[in-house]
Write a protein that binds this ligand. Sequence first.
Ligand SMILES: [Mg+2]
Length: 485
Amino acid sequence: MSQLKTPMKSHEKYVIIHLDLDCFYAQVEEVENPKYRDLPLGIQQNQTISTVNYCGRIKYKIPKMTRVKQALEMCPELIVIPARMEIYREESRKIFDECIGECVNSFHGDCVLEVCGIDEAYINVTDEVNWRLENATELGIDVKDHRGRKVSKSVNSQDNHLNIGSQIAEEIRCNVFNSLGYTISAGIAHSKFLSKLASKKQKPNGQALIYSESFDEEINSQDVSIIPNVGYTTKQKLAELCQISTVKQLRAQTYVNIIKCFNSDKAAIKVLNIANGKFDEEYDRVVSKGPPKSIGSELTFLTIQTYEDFEQKLRTITGDLFTRIQRDLKRNSNRYATKLTLRYCHGSYRDPYHSVSCKITSNIYNNLNNYEEKDESNIHSLVIKMFKQKVSLPFKLQRMGVSVSDFVEPPKFATPKTSTIGTSKIVNEEEKREGNLLSSFSQQSSNTNKKRKADSVSNGSQGRQTSITSFLKNKGASPIKKTKQ
Ligand SMILES: [Mg+2]
């Protein structure tokens, strides 16, 4: 007799990761000035401390959204930094659009990244999970449960989907930390709602997952206000009109009973669906806010002092960058970048970055497949030209990165009849134009200090495959927490 299987609920086919940057504004300041990590630090917005770092929260018990005066009374040594929103937005863009966006782009199928605000994102990694499970044997992937124990690939398929999702979340977190120095907490579940609930369980710098079986236990005792769309007013109405204060009490109702507490049938149904763990098409679907705004690759290395060494390191970067651009061309309808940027740093990770940019045209993409052949119009040559114009001997370099950005729609090329001569003319004119533009580089300094893994291409497959051991090694002070259910 064949074994009876529990039918799969519709939402169980999805694997969603929720990512939440730990005390983000404070963490940006800590990444820039690592000495802050062990000191109480608060970010001031108006007269309030909007974010407190974990030293301030744990050691001095300062809650966020405390008045500055009161926070200083609680902890006179509290370092108060006025919020630098521009910097935080830029760091958020690098983390989500560049680093995590690139990671998600490299996944199989249609994995979707939805960035929510400045410090949170959801990723639907279902297709990548399915691909890894299908190819687990060939790839030598071990499926491990939340305690790190090996489990059979065939046992309880839906749990295994979440287990693989958990491994992906860990890779993403390691990649962000090794590339940019930021810690993230993550939650893994079959819906957005549950993944967000899970990401709160192991903060900071940890991750947790919620299996379907533990749904009741996780949610029943919770206050009804944890359900999305149950705000202050609805909560009051549920309490007064229906004597409902916990999720368990809400789940015991039909929507007819609670409709009087909501503005519409739709709102009542949605809240009840989410409370019962059903996938809500509108709330739970992960929706992309568009393709990454820039694509880049970076390298950290022991000090180099010659143009020859520069070219050699650059070749690794451009090789990696070309792979990413080619992937982007396929995924994003042949859009092409119009800006090329080189970032470099003379000293250690405490020293500021310098950057130099120039305009590029679609023609620059011609050499994507054979960048080994030196051609004046390819990205590699253009970067060398930019660097030599900007930095003269003697120099010392420890880090650099190249990125392309400012994407536009594909150009309309000339008809075949005129293409041979026409294209060649365009090439020359564009090269000339590029040459002119090189003389008007913009130079910027960034005070952002980054801790990077030596000699590793950031955002790339090497980064993604960084082992948890090296993550721990890099993390130093606060070790990563184990995944918990
Ligand atoms: Mg956060």
